[in-house]
Design a protein around this ligand. Sequence first.
Ligand SMILES: [Zn+2]
Length: 245
Amino acid sequence: MAVSAPVITVPAFGSAHDGVRHFFGTRHRTPVAYETGVPLLDSVARDRTWTLSVKQVHGTDALIVDRPITRADRFEGGWDALITDQPGVTVAVRTADCVPVLLYDRRRKAVASVHAGWRGALAGIVPKTIELMVARFAVQPSDLRVSIGPSAGPCCYEVDHAVLDPLRHSRPDWPALVRDDRGSKARLDLKALVRRQTSEIGIPQEQITVVNVCTICHPALFYSYRREGRVKGTMLNGISLVSRS
Ligand SMILES: [Zn+2]
């Protein structure tokens, strides 16, 4: 991981050499004022590039952007995953403790970003997004690279029965995903859950990277809903295919 604040990048995950650009945000890169669902034209870049972030609803639906974005486009609705095969479109999710997950397939030229809180993760948003990439862009899970970004860590992320009950019902391996289990309360390792899900769907271990940093532990770096008790701000996390020249 490279912390060239204001963003974190993971060279082992991907670089311009791989045909992608990506970043995990910190609180030092507050998203410029924009409305969710309205593509933002990055006028600084030499190439014409767009950043798209939409309303997030803690569901499992993905928005697929499979044609060029225009100035008139509005994406009105709620999605917690965005997939595109369009170069120059940064698909971005906003997080503050939830797990940002970035994916790409350099062979099929498709990228995705996913916002996975406990609700979305338990409902399988990450495997569902991968299945959609397979169905729509003929992606092979064995070709996919995934990076799991900064989120609330098992050091701090205490959850109660509302999370533990569905976790215990859906994951026989749940004891490996919690720490300090006291029955009605435990600390959840959400990144480990997402990591297992990506592995189970066929992404090779060596193609999975994890930024093992906790958003609650690092107030200088991250906003945290849990630590701050309210949404003071969110981190923007995105990935794009590099534009053809
Ligand atoms: Zn922590």
